[in-house]
Design a protein. Structure first.
Length: 461
């Protein structure tokens, strides 16, 4: 459910602090999603971490890259002094980290002290507004996320030297669904399942994927905001668990050419009056609401690609031959399409799987993009094209998706539909962060002689 009031009930806050303290909690890990979906935070005492307006964050939080390059904007700059935002914990997200008995953690919304309102740049605020819009239309949104990742043995020296490909992979073979390989990851898998279950994050399945050291874990479905929190935490906690075991996990969309890409698929359905709104009431087929929702998603999908595929590396995964969509298509139970319509085996299982995002996605923004674009289809009574068949990437009826971040960002910020769905302030701030990412990459290319140039010209010119 979306937050109706910014602040928490003081009595509820006190009861939670007392409960955590009695359980032995001495520290609270504050978790705040940034523009790239990473959880940034502080460690503080329970009364401060679980209390309203207890912690300040600089507004530059939403102007930092994954490498903390600073991006000035009207929102946060030298001119305005980089003012503070303050945390309001979502008490529903508070958990006791049983594997760290003295620690609890809580996901926080960010509030502007100037007006007491939720910060419009926060990805969590963006998702809250999308959920509000769905609820106003009479719908509840449920989602599930599947993450793929590569695991290898850590070696800090190799990583510092840029020799990432010399890191030993966790397994010697690359078979998908392999029960032989599962032995290699069994210890991590069992501990991860146990940790996540202890904090209410249920893992539906964990299996080997089609790559050396590649695995997939699927989260059980939940309400949209809760799922975004679960997804962000699941990724962070998995990376932390790997570190504890001398391993490292990467969620790059394409960590090495020749290896299978890394996806993060979102399964989404709408519910109305406790019933699945995408279902026709029987297995097979998609309701009018479901079809309109899919049509809306496809209508704005190219313009929203900068959200679904947010960094330079995201676009190296773009190939329907490796089950990553190349166009804004849909098809029934077809993994080459951007939207996979799943119409069975039970009516309540009818849903749409969004296959465009990679492991580098921001779950808050991607789920918000799905909701807002889908509602756009319902509001305007859009009707989708018939399902693609065969390799959906070869179907000329569907619009092609951008092939690089620069083009995707240009389409994002120039789209009137995107401006209407997300608001001009957020669109401007998000586009700034993506354009800066492109600028930094192009600057690096301009300042370095690449391996391609050396191999091509060193002896031949």
């Amino acid at each position: 459910m979306s937050r109706n009031s910014v602040m928490n009930d003081p009595a509820r806050t006190k009861a939670l602090i007392d409960k955590m303290t009695k359980a032995g909690v001495k520290y609270v890990q504050i978790e705040v999603p940034d523009m790239d979906g990473m959880l940034r935070g502080k460690i503080t005492k329970p009364s401060k971490g679980l209390g309203d307006l207890g912690n300040a964050y600089c507004t530059i939080l939403y102007g930092l890259s994954t490498q903390d390059d600073v991006m000035e904007s009207k929102f946060s700059s030298f001119e305005n002094g980089f003012p503070d935002l303050f945390t309001v914990p979502d008490l529903d997200s508070a958990i006791h980290q049983t594997w760290r008995p003295e620690f609890a953690s809580v996901v926080c919304d960010m509030v502007d002290p100037a007006n007491g309102e939720l910060c419009p740049m926060s990805p969590r605020t963006v998702l809250r507004k999308a959920i509000d819009k769905a609820e106003a239309a009479g719908f509840d949104v449920r989602c599930a996320v599947e993450y793929e990742t590569y695991i290898m043995h850590a070696d800090n020296d190799l990583i510092k030297q840029g020799r990432h490909y010399d890191l030993p992979m966790l397994s010697r073979t690359m078979n998908a669904y392999s029960l032989t390989r599962i032995v290699d990851i069994e210890e991590i898998m069992r501990e991860y399942h146990s940790r996540m279950a202890s904090v209410g994050i249920e893992i539906d399945a964990f299996h080997c994927e089609l790559g050396y050291g590649q695995v997939e874990f699927a989260l059980s479905h939940a309400p949209a905001l809760e799922m975004a929190d679960r997804a962000a935490r699941a990724k962070l906690y998995f990376k932390q668990l790997c570190i504890e075991h001398g391993l490292v996990a990467t969620f790059m969309s394409k960590w090495r050419i020749g290896d299978t890409g890394t996806g993060a698929h979102i399964h989404l359905s709408l519910w109305k009056d406790g019933k699945p709104a995408f279902s026709t009431g029987k297995a097979g087929g998609m309701s009018t609401v479901g079809r309109q929702f899919a049509a809306g998603m496809m209508d704005v999908m190219p313009e929203l690609t900068a959200i679904y595929n947010p960094v330079i590396n995201s676009y190296r995964r773009r190939s329907s031959l490796q089950w990553c969509p190349e166009n804004a298509s849909w098809a029934e139970d077809n993994r080459t399409a951007a939207l996979r319509a799943i119409t069975g085996p039970k009516p309540e299982g009818v849903r749409i799987e969004t296959r465009q995002p990679g492991g580098d996605m921001n779950p808050y923004l991607c789920i918000a993009a799905c909701i807002l674009s889908g509602l756009h289809g319902i509001e305007n009574g859009l009707e989708p094209l018939s399902y693609a068949t065969g390799n959906a990437g070869n179907d000329p009826r569907f619009r092609k998706l951008p092939r690089n971040l620069r083009d995707a960002t240009r389409m994002f910020k120039e789209s009137e539909k995107v401006q209407e769905l997300f608001g001009s302030d957020f669109v401007g701030q998000y586009a700034l962060t993506r354009d800066t990412e492109c600028d930094l990459y192009e600057q690096w290319v301009a300042e370095n002689v690449t391996e391609w140039e050396l191999r091509r010209y060193f002896d031949t010119i």
